[in-house]
Design a protein around this ligand. Structure first.
Ligand code: CA
Length: 230
């Protein structure tokens, strides 16, 4: 269950916000002073904080910047005065959103949900493992996405063309015979013969080489086979 901390000194407002958030499935805690709110925000793991600006003790400005020093969770700041919103923005405290009182509790719920979803997307995208990429001069092979870029432009490759290019690029400067490449890329039962390799090399070159007669990447070693030059 996602946890929300409301830091708000007007109990009736805090309770109303709590009711709406709980109805939407959130677990809600309330603190009514800046000091208590800050302490709790730092001590416990909340998913989002709804922070009032005018509070007894330290105010919302300070609470916000102190939380920001330690935690990266979304903070929605609320204030009764529209001018305060401009001030919050101007101070660059790192609040994620601002709401002016009075607002409808359902709007608060919608914003809380939106910020949590956005935050989750951010977390997920930063934790995603990086794609496995081979880069050799102007060629970029994204092994994870199975895409090939030549000087930044994506080129369409068939499965076998992609496998063959990737295999050669992964073993640069190594000369492979056509037989070796055929065994490596095509399974034993597949139809075709080493001429298939020649045909595929030609197709790959058409996509990656500027001049097929003077290949910069896949070189023909006469009488032997091919190698990917680095
Ligand atoms: Ca207040």
């Amino acid at each position: 269950m996602k946890k929300v901390l409301i830091i708000e000194d007007e109990i009736s407002i805090a309770d109303l916000e709590k009711d709406y958030l709980e109805l939407s499935g959130f677990e809600v805690a309330i603190e009514t002073t800046g000091d208590a709110g800050l302490e709790r925000a730092l001590k416990e793991d909340f998913n989002i904080i709804v922070l009032d600006l005018m509070l007894p003790g330290i105010d919302g400005f300070e609470v916000c910047s102190k939380i920001r020093e330690k935690k990266d969770i979304p903070i929605i700041m609320v204030s009764a005065k529209k001018e305060d919103i401009d001030k919050i923005r101007g101070l660059g405290l790192g609040a994620d959103d601002y709401m002016t009182k009075p607002f409808s509790p359902s709007e608060l719920v919608a914003r809380v949900k939106a910020h949590l979803a956005r935050f989750e997307r951010l977390i997920n995208s930063s934790q995603k493992p990086e794609n496995d990429i081979i880069e050799i001069r102007g060629i970029k092979i994204d092994k994870t996405a199975r895409r090939v870029y030549v000087d930044g432009e994506e080129k369409a490759f068939t499965t076998k063309e992609f496998d063959l290019l990737t295999f050669l690029a992964q073993n640069p400067n190594h000369v492979f015979t056509k037989e070796e490449l055929f065994r490596e890329i095509w399974d034993m039962d597949s139809f075709g013969d080493i001429a298939t390799v020649t045909v595929h090399i030609k197709k790959i070159r058409e996509k990656i080489e500027i001049d097929n007669s003077k290949p910069q990447y896949i070189e023909t070693i006469w009488g032997v086979g091919y190698r990917f030059r680095v």
